[in-house]
Design a protein around this ligand. Structure first.
Ligand SMILES: [Zn+2]
Length: 325
């Protein structure tokens, strides 16, 4: 008797400059991954066709039949209606009222499931990354912005119109905070993103001319969040002050979320997370001040491990759990 064939999945992670694609086996192992540029011309109308062609070409190159694949799981930026895979607005891409799921299904001949890019990255980390089997997981991505994904009992929380998990727009500075891209002021993103951290360091830099950071700035004419964490590790007192301020806001926001959600894993990803222990140690310290004792006992912090692969792996997880019967 023949074994029931295990299907493969296609993960697609759409970004503003590149589209990441991957073929993954039934267990989420990447069999092939590659990238194509994001063509934003004519309000992004060619993107689905480019994805379909890239997938067809790769199948041909690898001599794999389309029947091998159960479907496509795709992450996209912007405001998405999960049920229909309809994109209301994706600023970085140029889409407005774009029927992404329908178009991609027609062009690839495969079933498609769409979710927000931060959410599929969280699912990827849960399945194959730092989540390590956790079913209740809070994912915070610290990049140029602050993104998030909230998973409870193995499922991403979307909320009533897809806005759940917008951790970056929790208000951290209620009065006189910096302006955020969302139109509000004082969002977590303005104080804990890579840009936010640098902004905080710049605020009092000229009154801290003995700091390593002042010299770095004079030499490079700019600062990065990495410079700040490195200086803090070297016990530079101004850098330590900046890190304390940043981790206070971040620890407070995460503790408040954790008090409501009681996660077992709190995964920190994005470029800023490369600071590793220099970030985690002060962050845990702040978190522990505001988390309930049992919430604190139940949760572990971890740095995301999948990097740029998290999205395509999360896409495969969506296909496996939502499309494979
Ligand atoms: Zn905001």
């Amino acid at each position: 008797m023949m074994m029931k064939e295990e299907k493969w999945f296609i993960g697609v992670d759409l970004g503003g400059t590149t589209i990441k694609l991957a073929f993954l086996d039934f267990y989420g192992e990447i069999k092939k991954k590659w990238e194509i540029p994001t063509d934003k011309s004519e309000a992004g109308r060619h993107i689905t066709m480019h994805i379909a062609r890239a997938i067809d070409d790769k199948m041909e190159e690898m001599e794999i039949a389309k029947e091998k694949f159960a479907g496509i799981g795709m992450g996209a930026p912007g405001f998405i209606e999960m049920e229909t895979g309809f994109i209301y607005h994706a600023v970085n891409i140029g889409w407005r009222n774009f029927p992404l799921k329908d178009k991609l299904e027609v062009e690839t001949g495969l079933p498609v499931i769409i979710d927000n890019d931060a959410n599929i990255a969280a699912l990827g980390e849960m399945w194959r990354g730092a989540g390590d089997g956790a079913r209740d997981l809070l994912c915070v991505t610290l990049g140029t912005g602050v993104g998030g994904g909230i998973i409870t009992n193995g499922t991403i929380i979307h909320g009533t119109n897809g806005m759940a998990g917008e951790i970056g727009h929790i208000t951290s500075v209620p009065e006189a905070g910096a302006s955020c891209n969302c139109g509000k002021t004082g969002c977590l993103e303005t104080v804990a993103s890579a840009t936010g951290i640098v902004r905080i360091a710049m605020e009092n830099l000229t009154s801290n001319q003995e700091s390593i950071l002042y010299h770095t700035y004079m030499e490079q004419n700019q600062l990065t969040s990495r410079d700040i964490f490195e200086a803090a590790e070297a016990k530079d007192s101004y850098a330590e002050e900046v890190v304390e301020k940043v981790t206070f806001y971040l620890g407070l926001a995460i503790a408040n979320l954790a008090n409501a959600l009681n996660p077992s894993k709190i995964v920190i990803g994005g470029g800023v997370s490369k600071a590793g222990e220099a970030l985690l140690k002060p962050l845990k310290h702040q978190f522990e001040k505001y988390a309930l004792p049992r919430v604190k006992e139940g949760s572990d912090f971890a740095i995301a491990t999948l990097g740029n692969d998290a999205g395509v792996i999360g896409g495969a997880w969506l296909v496996k759990t939502k499309l494979v019967k």
